[in-house]
Design a protein around this ligand. Structure first.
Ligand code: ROI
Length: 167
């Protein structure tokens, strides 16, 4: 049996009521088998990275503790994306729901289907800001601090926290 591992999931949506997509997905992550959700960042609105001719994104990061292996967790995330009828017409284009496995404990995974840490995460404010809010003390397997990486982002105007309207 795999011991519990801390895993961080990046959520992103910019189609079909993105706020609702991300809120629902946060609930669905909490219900994954062999997994508990121990935290979630606030929701962020962000300008698209990549092609600019698409709507702004809603982004968040969830903190899970799981006994699923990295690939079993990836299967669960992809099944969840499918249930949100993920549409992905083009690379880096708009999407209904994107779930990225950012970090799996201190592990590195280099497989054709899965690379952990997520290879783009250290350059993306829409990942680093919510992650640093949620787990400021966390480090990547190479020792870099998520707080320091987030502080190094020049993301002024590109991302902001949404006011909490859930209650
Ligand atoms: N841009 C932002 N702001 N947020 C995302 O989640 C996101 N996801 C992507 C691309 C298209 C790279 N750009 C993004 O996959």
């Amino acid at each position: 049996m795999i011991p519990q591992v801390d895993a961080f999931i990046g959520l992103g949506s910019n189609l079909d009521d993105p706020l609702d997509q991300v809120r629902r997905a946060l609930g669905e992550l909490a219900a994954l088998p062999l997994t508990t959700r121990v935290g979630a960042s606030r929701l962020y609105a962000s300008r698209p990275v990549g092609p600019a001719d698409q709507p702004d994104f809603i982004n968040a990061v969830a903190h899970l503790r799981t006994r699923l292996s990295p690939l079993a967790l990836l299967d669960q995330l992809q099944a969840l994306e499918q249930r949100h009828r993920r549409i992905r017409q083009r690379r880096w284009g708009p999407r209904t729901l994107d779930l990225d496995l950012l970090l799996y404990g201190e592990e590195r995974v280099e497989l054709p289907r899965l690379r952990v840490p997520h290879p783009e995460m250290a350059k993306r404010a829409f990942v680093l800001l919510p992650l640093a809010e949620l787990a400021p003390e966390w480090r990547l397997p190479d020792g870099r601090s998520v707080t320091e990486l987030a502080a190094g982002m020049n993301a002024t105007g590109a991302i902001e926290v949404l006011p909490d309207t859930s209650n």
